[in-house]
Ligand binder design. Structure first.
Ligand SMILES: *Cc1c(COP(=O)(O)O)cnc(C)c1O
Length: 357
């Protein structure tokens, strides 16, 4: 039996989107392709409230994270991790030969604007790396406030990993001053994994021109050259572009504000459930994610056993991440998930915990 995914990626892909993934191929250097590429690009721009360019990468999101370091760091990167995905960016800097500092906070805590301000005021950095939604802890960082701090430092690029936030939380790229905003398709967009997209500012492209050794596959300047023709440097996953086109039409038909409200509603339902069932919320108050809920496992339930019982009912949730494996558990409410489906899961989960605790 298929288990409906309530894990923070990949998320459930609905049958209509799966069907569109199966559309017959076209050549990636044809007019038909450029029309599709250009159309999806414009929809993403509308979706992210930006006039910045939008590039597509046939890789998971991690590829674009690495590209940010290779293309944008000339001097030194300020990394602000608050969990495993932020730490990934810091580790990547080292293996790519980039100077970087880890200015992070412990898991469960958010990155506050003051922390960013203090670090950038040293003048040591030319990029700030921020995770919008830290999927390992379930913390959502205050991106707009951090963006306001970055406005004081025009020489510092604001690079955002929005993999688990985009298409669930509203992101206003231009207003918030984001230079690169990246996400992959298997989370908020509710599509299969293997494809990513990102908005990129002229400032970030200008920086790339000054940075040597940008690599081959992820060279932003190559992406830019091909973008002028509504193409990608190498053969893209055309199936994903068809499906993104379809998903974005669905998002606009739902209404963007309605979509973001639906996610907030599901987040509230899930947080209320956590409290009502005798657990606590893991993130510090006020910084809980809207796309997933991380519960502090205060009742010490065995998530392995719970998931085995859930599987029989056709659902799956996530244990904690890394060292938080037993201490927390995570329920994702991303993408196309509807409140009624989440209710159904939460009711079954309550019943199972009742019999297994
Ligand atoms: C899932 C995730 C990633 C990794 O994305 P991939 O597409 O698997 O490379 C990076 N950052 C965050 C915040 C994530 O949730």
């Amino acid at each position: 039996m298929h288990k409906k995914l309530f894990i923070p990626g990949p998320v459930e892909v609905y049958p209509d989107a799966l069907k569109v993934m199966g559309t017959p191929m076209i050549g990636h250097r044809t007019k038909d392709y450029s029309t599709l590429h250009g159309r999806v690009k414009e929809k993403i721009q509308r979706f992210l409230y930006t006039k910045n360019k939008v590039f597509f990468s046939t890789s998971s999101g991690t590829g674009v994270m690495e590209a940010c370091l290779r293309n944008c760091v000339a001097k030194r990167a300020a990394c602000f991790p608050c969990g495993a995905f932020g730490e990934r960016w810091y580790k990547m800097a080292a293996v790519n030969g980039k100077e970087a500092d880890n200015l992070g906070v412990e898991m469960g805590k958010a990155i506050k604007p003051e922390v960013v301000d203090k670090a950038l005021s040293t003048g040591k950095y030319d990029v700030a790396l921020i995770t919008h939604n830290e999927t390992s802890s379930g913390v959502m960082n205050p991106l707009e406030e951090i963006g306001n701090v970055l406005k004081k430092y025009p020489d510092v690029l604001f690079l955002v990993d929005a993999v688990s936030a985009m298409a669930g939380a509203k992101i206003e790229v231009d207003k918030w001053g984001i230079d690169v905003c990246l996400a992959s398709t298997q989370k908020g967009f509710a599509l299969p994994p293997g494809f990513s997209l990102f908005s990129i500012s002229e400032k970030a492209l200008a920086r790339a021109k000054q940075v040597p050794n940008r690599g081959y596959y992820f060279d932003f300047l190559e992406f830019d050259k091909f973008d002028a023709k509504n193409q990608t440097p190498t053969t893209p996953s055309i199936s994903h572009l068809y499906a993104l086109d379809h998903q974005l039409d669905k998002f606009f038909a739902e209404g963007l504000d309605k979509r973001f409200e639906r996610h907030q509603k599901m987040a509230k339902m899930c947080r209320d459930w956590v409290i009502e069932n005798g657990f606590k919320l893991f993130p510090e108050p006020g910084y809980e994610s809207v796309t997933m809920t991380t519960a502090d496992n205060t009742r010490n339930i065995d998530i392995g056993k719970i998931n085995a019982a859930l599987a029989e009912k056709g659902f799956i949730i996530s244990a904690g991440y890394g060292k938080l494996k037993a201490q927390t558990f995570r329920i994702a409410h991303m993408g196309d998930t509807q409140p009624e489906e989440l209710s159904e899961l939460l009711a079954v989960l309550k019943e199972i915990i009742g019999t297994h605790a």
